[in-house]
Design a protein around this ligand. Structure first.
Ligand SMILES: [Zn+2]
Length: 152
């Protein structure tokens, strides 16, 4: 397995999938709390669901509630973990970054998880990292628990 991967537990992935299904047909979103390990992998410690505060229609866009970000930054001030990424869903879309997502890269160090939802059922979840210039995404591996989570 390459070092460029994101590690999360089955329960964390399930929480993202459930949020994606609950928000359908709108996009679900939230933040990932965790840390970058010395080997280069991102280790997710917690998944924090957010309201999607984007202007409607929210079927093709999302915006994490800035109050969640502020609350987490305060909570994590004295912790080793930090806000390391964002997750959102693609209702009836593909589990890969859209043009809208590429236009929304404001923090190149943040990782992204994208969950596809088809007819209300969560499908594949993929992991991405913006390029250093913030112009594009490159895929990351997704390691689930002890094993490797494969895109469907
Ligand atoms: Zn998207």
């Amino acid at each position: 397995m390459s070092a460029a991967s994101v590690r999360l537990t089955a329960a964390q992935l399930l929480a993202i999938q459930r949020a994606a299904e609950a928000a359908y047909p709108e996009e679900a979103c939230g933040l990932l709390v965790g840390r970058r390990e010395p080997g280069g992998a991102w280790c997710v410690g917690a998944v924090e669901a957010s309201a999607n505060v984007a202007e409607p229609p929210r079927t093709r866009r999302f915006e994490v509630d800035p109050r969640l970000r502020l609350r987490l930054m305060r909570t994590l001030r004295d912790e080793p973990d930090d806000v390391i990424g964002v997750y959102h869903s693609h209702p009836d879309g593909r589990p890969e970054p859209s043009d809208t997502d590429r236009a929304m890269i404001f923090e190149p160090e943040m990782i992204w998880l994208i969950t596809a939802v088809a007819a209300g059922r969560a499908g594949a979840t993929t992991a991405w990292r913006p390029t250093g210039d913030g112009e594009a995404f490159v895929p990351l591996g997704l390691a689930l628990g002890e094993g490797e989570a494969r895109p469907e």
